[in-house]
Design a protein around this ligand. Structure first.
Ligand SMILES: *[C@@H]1O[C@H](CO)[C@@H](O)[C@H](O)[C@H]1NC(C)=O
Ligand SMILES: *[C@@H]1O[C@H](CO)[C@@H](O)[C@H](O)[C@H]1NC(C)=O
Ligand SMILES: *[C@@H]1O[C@H](CO)[C@@H](O)[C@H](O)[C@H]1NC(C)=O
Ligand SMILES: *[C@@H]1O[C@H](CO)[C@@H](O)[C@H](O)[C@H]1NC(C)=O
Ligand SMILES: *[C@@H]1O[C@H](CO)[C@@H](O)[C@H](O)[C@H]1NC(C)=O
Ligand SMILES: *[C@@H]1O[C@H](CO)[C@@H](O)[C@H](O)[C@H]1NC(C)=O
Ligand SMILES: *[C@@H]1O[C@H](CO)[C@@H](O)[C@H](O)[C@H]1NC(C)=O
Ligand SMILES: *[C@@H]1O[C@H](CO)[C@@H](O)[C@H](O)[C@H]1NC(C)=O
Length: 608
């Protein structure tokens, strides 16, 4: 930082923000030379003896259970790779041949799980990576940061919804942009395995219809010296792909993958531009604290994603995430937008433009999508029309009050999208409504001459699907997610290039899902919350000492089972770890497959 008066007036803030916003946390997104700290810093903190056993990192999630009575797994190694100097190089690829057991099973696939297992030793940043099959993304994830004694971790994702893709030959691609030098020595080794489970007998057609017949990637094609995601660099940048869909499509769902990096890695802490200008903070990322991904078809908004605030494994204070990693960091959430109401415009056999932009974006957002399509096997052509459409646009208010470096910014936003359209196929004429209703509130406070920053944010996202034909309700689905976030950071004892940072992070996902209709009644409720607290002493961008403590409570209750886990870690050590998968303790009872769905359906309809 320059020694001028203006620069030194903002130096504390810059240190604070640099720490929070440093691209070091996810350097795959930034220019290599702009990466510094956090990752590197850890070399001096409680470095274990290199001959001690490796540490196992994990993300708390409910186990993926094969359906009762199913056989398996039939496991196939898809790819085994080493990621050394891979930044800006082509993804690692391997031919994909559908496993013989899948062909032999003749459409009785019960569950498909993609497992990433990796190790690393030495010192390295956290790196974002993606796994694609024939251009469709199957996993977006972040690596764990290694230690001198080595680390191990694995992540599993249910990929059953890609059954159509798994049945065809293709190409697996993994991009993990890593850099190796004298300081950052960690090389990642990874195995990617597909585990398949099968039903004993062919399932009813209705059950099969849960998965799409065709998955069309909306991503960049190889060859590339990068991931197949689009890189969105600013607020006006819209990245898109033109594609034609089969003329006998009767249902379409866009599944969006999102991660944010560099200047927008901590977008929810960014102050407004008027504050940055008034304080001459030229290197502090701004554009305020609101972001959303907007999906468009032929330029029209079809839906949005108000993303969960994933904190990567080096984020805020890297010592917080060892060995319990941040929610979503090993398995980033994806977001579904049902575009069935718009099919009428897309069934003409011509190419249409599927595009993504990010409101207020700073460099850089990695976004792509999979278009899940259901095809009418009994006809060559379906027809449809949009009946009503309302995308009134974003409502965004910012109140900005500050004196010098201290101030408070309150941002609130809302958006509503809804569309209704019919599609005529051999199933009859089905009218589908899809809606999304978002609200957002962010308070961003700078205190004590901006040595303290407190962010408190809530995202509330509701969506629903309602499908009916002339005689009956075929499907109702409602999904409600709340993402609370509280982030406190305080710098102290600043002398020259040394300072201390205290941090508190509390965030989580509260989600409720209900669905009714042909497939029966399904319900689930998730409360997943982390509360983390840490300190670190930093010298010349190196953490010379520090401590992190994290407590996580995960509670899932659903018609498909229950899972509870209460786990805490401090200084790389698990303090306690309690889990339970029974549905007994005041959990959802009586929600068996035999449950009569009528009352629930009526309630859903009454809410409309
Ligand atoms: C605020 O911090 C800057 C250094 O970052 C310092 O120059 C200035 O005097 C401080 N102001 C107050 C009121 O402490
Ligand atoms: C590291 O651990 C090994 C085996 O536990 C031991 O023999 C060695 O002395 C240790 N080295 C240090 C520097 O503590
Ligand atoms: C990958 O698989 C090989 C062969 O089974 C095994 O030796 C290696 O330890 C595995 N690596 C990881 C990171 O799981
Ligand atoms: C936004 O990003 C696009 C794509 O990189 C670029 O072409 C355009 O010039 C940028 N616009 C601004 C205002 O920086
Ligand atoms: C910002 O820079 C301008 C022009 O160099 C200067 O007039 C102003 O005093 C500076 N403001 C602060 C808060 O340092
Ligand atoms: C923004 O302000 C207007 C006018 O005060 C108000 O009507 C609207 O509800 C506000 N929107 C949000 C999202 O708070
Ligand atoms: C964050 O703000 C909400 C709403 O104003 C409030 O209920 C909550 O207590 C705040 N959280 C913290 C940790 O201050
Ligand atoms: C953290 O654990 C290491 C051993 O793994 C120990 O040497 C160190 O003193 C601990 N730090 C604190 C602050 O408890």
């Amino acid at each position: 930082m320059a020694p001028s008066a203006a620069a030194s007036a903002s130096s504390t803030l810059l240190v604070l923000l640099a720490l929070l916003l440093s691209p070091a946390v996810s350097p795959a997104a930034a220019a290599p030379q702009s990466r510094h700290r956090l990752g590197a810093s850890l070399q001096q903190v409680a470095s274990p003896n290199a001959s001690e056993p490796p540490t196992t990192f994990f993300e708390v999630d409910r186990p993926i259970r094969p359906p009762r009575g199913s056989a398996g797994p039939c496991s196939t190694l898809l790819l085994s790779a080493t990621f050394g100097a891979t930044y800006g190089r082509p993804p690692v690829t391997a031919d994909y041949v559908p496993p013989a057991c899948l062909g032999a099973a003749g459409g009785t696939l019960a569950l498909a799980v993609l497992e990433w297992a990796a190790d690393c030793r030495g010192r390295q940043f956290d790196r974002i990576f993606g796994v694609w099959l024939s251009g469709a993304e199957l996993l977006r994830s972040c690596t764990a940061e290694p230690r001198p004694n080595g680390i191990l971790w694995s992540v599993s994702r249910d990929v059953t919804r890609y059954a159509a893709l798994l049945a065809e030959p293709g190409e697996v691609a993994v991009y993990l942009g890593n850099l190796i030098d004298k300081t950052y020595t960690g090389v990642y080794h990874a195995n990617l395995t597909l585990h398949l489970y099968f039903h004993a007998e062919p399932q009813q057609q209705q059950q099969q219809q849960q998965q799409a017949d065709l998955i069309v990637p909306i991503s960049r094609s190889l060859p590339l010296n990068d991931g197949q995601w689009f890189a969105i660099q600013n607020a006006t940048d819209v990245q898109s792909k033109k594609l034609a869909i089969p003329s006998n499509t009767y249902r379409a769902v866009l599944e969006v993958f999102v991660s944010f990096h560099s200047n927008d890695e901590f977008w929810y802490t960014n102050p407004p531009d008027d504050y940055i200008q008034a304080n001459n903070l030229s290197s502090v990322p701004g554009n305020g604290a609101f972001r959303e991904v907007v999906a468009r078809v032929d330029g029209e908004v079809v839906g949005a994603v108000w993303p969960f605030t994933v904190i990567y494994t080096g984020g805020v204070n890297p010592l917080l995430w060892r060995p319990i990693t941040g929610i979503g960091s090993f398995n980033l959430p994806t977001y579904d937008i049902d575009i069935t109401p718009f099919l009428g415009k897309l069934l003409d056999g011509k190419e249409h433009d599927f595009g993504f932009g990010v409101t207020n974006a700073l460099d850089v957002w990695y976004i792509d999508a999979n278009l899940h399509l259901w095809l009418d096997h009994k006809s060559e052509k379906t027809t449809g029309s949009l009946l009503s459409y309302d995308a009134s646009g974003l409502d965004l208010n910012v109140s900005s009050e500050f004196t010098g470096l201290d101030g408070q910014f309150v941002t609130s936003a809302s958006r509503h999208v809804s569309a209704t359209g019919w599609v005529k196929s051999s199933f009859g004429e089905v009218t589908t409504t899809f809606y999304q209703r978002f609200s957002y509130e962010n308070s961003n406070v700078f205190r004590k001459n901006a040595t303290v920053q407190i962010v408190n944010q809530t995202i509330d996202a509701k969506s629903g699907i309602f499908a009916k034909d002339a005689s009956a309700v075929l499907l109702t689905k409602e999904f409600h997610e709340i993402f609370p976030l509280y982030l406190y950071t305080g710098t102290s004892d600043q002398v020259g290039d040394e300072y201390s940072l205290d941090s508190i992070v509390k965030f989580g996902i509260n989600a409720k899902k209900t669905s009714g209709g042909n497939l029966g009644f399904l319900y689930s409720s998730l409360r997943n919350a982390q509360s983390a607290q840490g300190t670190m002493k930093v010298k010349k961008n190196l953490v010379v000492s520090g401590l992190g403590k994290t407590h996580q409570v995960y509670k899932y209750v659903g018609t498909d089972g229950c899972y509870f886990r209460d786990v805490s870690s401090k200084n790389y050590t698990v303090l306690f770890d309690r889990s339970d998968d029974s549905c007994s303790k005041g959990a959802y009872r009586g929600a068996s497959a035999k449950l009569n769905d009528q009352p629930a359906r009526r309630k859903l309809l009454a809410n409309k």
